[in-house]
Design a protein around this ligand. Structure first.
Ligand code: IMP
Length: 196
């Protein structure tokens, strides 16, 4: 029987990306599919703490094995910003475009466009927590390109590519992505430890 894990997110892009790498061995169910309708808070100052918060809220509610992830875009010339604030960089209620606009405005006059995406996955398996990290290094471009993906994808080019994430199909983004690297570690761990 396939092991079931609840993925504590309401972001369908994240679900699609993780399902595409996790394969058939594990059954990932979303909050919606688990009948849970909550917006999980991300109140902390680090990706690790926010990921832990999200998985522990869902674990307390369901008492089932679950995982969450928190991701941030860390820009060198902005001292790691937007980082943990990536979702709300331009303020509460603002959208992806507002966040990109603020990022590009803050980079005007800078010469260093190096950046990275960092994902932290928090897994709660049999009442114990485990963390996995994935990093994708790259750079920000001042003119956005592409319509795929979400968030900062139109302004981020991963190293060893000349396309933004938003110009790639999901399968291509997955070759480079932070989320895939963290998910690979999660899968390896689950394979080594089993879920029972
Ligand atoms: P969170 O992990 O949901 O808190 O994500 C924070 C924010 O980072 C999202 O709202 C997006 O703006 C951005 N983000 C997270 N993952 C990605 C990605 O893979 N590509 C582009 N932006 C992302």
């Amino acid at each position: 029987m396939r092991s079931t894990l609840i993925f504590a997110t309401n972001n369908q892009h994240k679900v699609d990306e993780i399902r595409s790498v996790i394969g058939d061995e594990f059954n990932i169910i979303t909050l919606k599919e688990a009948g849970i309708d909550i917006d999980i808070p991300e109140p902390h100052d680090s990706l690790e703490k926010n990921a832990s918060e999200k998985s522990s809220v869902i674990h307390k509610l369901t008492n089932q094995n679950c995982f969450s992830e928190d991701t941030g875009l860390e820009v060198e010339a902005l001292n790691g910003e937007p980082g943990v604030k990536s979702a709300r960089y331009a303020g509460e209620g603002k959208n992806f475009q507002d966040n990109i606009d603020k990022l590009l405005k803050n980079l005007v006059g800078k010469t260093n466009y190096n950046a990275r995406f960092r994902t932290v996955i928090s897994l709660i398996l049999n009442n114990k927590e485990y963390l996995f990290e994935g990093i994708c290094d790259g750079k920000i471009i001042p003119d956005q390109k592409g319509n795929n993906g979400f968030g900062y994808d139109p302004v981020f080019i991963p190293n060893r590519s000349n396309k933004t994430f938003a110009e790639m199909k999901m399968e291509e983004k997955t070759i480079f992505s932070h989320r895939r690297k963290a998910t690979d570690k999660l899968i390896q761990f689950l394979k080594n430890h089993g879920t029972h």
